[in-house]
Design a protein around this ligand. Structure first.
Ligand SMILES: Nc1nc2c(ncn2[C@@H]2O[C@H](COP(=O)(O)OP(=O)(O)OP(=O)(O)O)[C@@H](O)[C@H]2O)c(=O)[nH]1
Length: 298
């Protein structure tokens, strides 16, 4: 599995660029503090938070500055909120939603693998009825992670496919249904309404379903992910967020806006394209990987 440090290389470089001796002890120079401010904003930290850290640096005598900043940021993210697969209800349905290409299909497969690794019996549902390729891709992933998949006909009703998959899960004794939906632009109202329809179809099939509705957000779009997620939240109440492609993004600071403004737990982070590259979101590993010097001194 990709490590946090490896994955957050781009964000770390953005944050640490040109900081020289800022974290080396000694009173920070004005230039170094200015550089810090620019870097934090470039890494897409919310401006409010960046200002606060700059003030901390200005007031600091230098000693323990990095540790102080890290502590503040870890506190800002709040405690980790890991998914407890052992304690989660059985059966459980998880609806995955998000924009085009945000990483839903890949994440669905990664989650199936995790669920299976934690003693559950997952079933994947391809409720993307727009693109045959989308369904095909999930089927390939399912094979790779050794999980069954239920798919609908192209052009069929996504809500009906999800309903049938839930019945199939009950019939086959699968306790964790992961429903992969088609990617959609948050501004396309009919498509957003379809999410509500899928969710209601699941509830019709089984009371309390879907137990979870998780949004899959692409970290490379930075804080724009927040606005996007708010539209989805209106269409279907979200219970958690997964941030993908942190490894390809220099805008990892967006995590703070996502956490604070959405008010839903950050469950997992996508740290690579492989089936194992999904890590329970860990505020401490995240923050430390951004500020700690790496082997190349950056
Ligand atoms: N580097 C990296 N790439 C990722 C991650 N998650 C997904 N991807 C890549 O992002 C691309 C899109 O992923 P998909 O899973 O197909 O996205 P999707 O949301 O299902 O796409 P649509 O169904 O078309 O909306 C693929 O090339 C994935 O390999 C991640 O955490 N890190």
């Amino acid at each position: 599995m990709a490590s946090w440090r490896e994955a957050l290389r781009k964000t770390r470089r953005t944050v640490r660029r040109g900081l020289g001796t800022l974290f080396g002890g000694g009173r920070p120079s004005e230039e170094a503090v200015e550089e810090l401010e620019e870097n934090l904003l470039a890494a897409d930290l919310p401006a409010r938070l960046a200002m606060e850290l700059v003030e901390t640096a200005e007031a600091s005598g230098g000693d323990g500055l990095r540790e102080g900043i890290e502590r503040r940021l870890i506190e800002e993210l709040g405690p980790a909120a890991p998914v407890s697969w052992a304690e989660a209800p059985r059966p459980m349905t998880v609806l995955l939603v998000g924009a085009n290409g945000s990483g839903k299909t890949t994440t669905a497969a990664k989650l199936a693998r995790r669920a299976a690794g934690n003693g559950r019996k997952p079933l994947l549902c391809a409720a993307d009825t727009f693109r045959a390729a989308g369904t095909e891709q999930l089927a390939l992933w399912a094979e790779r992670v050794g999980c069954d998949v239920v798919r609908g006909q192209r052009g069929s009703d996504a809500a009906a496919v999800a309903y049938d998959a839930q019945q199939a899960a009950l019939a086959r004794g699968a306790d964790t249904l992961l429903v992969d939906t088609a990617g959609r632009m948050h501004t396309r109202e009919p498509l957003m309404r379809e999410l509500g329809k899928i969710s209601r179809a699941l509830e019709k099939g089984r009371e309390h379903a879907p137990e979870e509705t998780w949004i899959v957000l692409d970290a490379s779009i930075g804080q724009n992910a927040v606005a996007q997620a708010k539209f989805f939240h209106q269409a279907v109440p979200l219970t958690g967020a997964i941030l993908t492609k942190l490894d390809g993004s220099a805008k990892g600071g967006a995590v703070f806006a996502v956490r604070r403004e959405l008010g839903i737990p950050l469950l997992y982070a996508g740290l690579g394209e492989g089936e194992e590259d999904l890590a329970p979101f860990d505020p401490e590993s995240f923050v430390r990987s951004i500020f700690e010097e790496d082997d190349e001194g950056v």
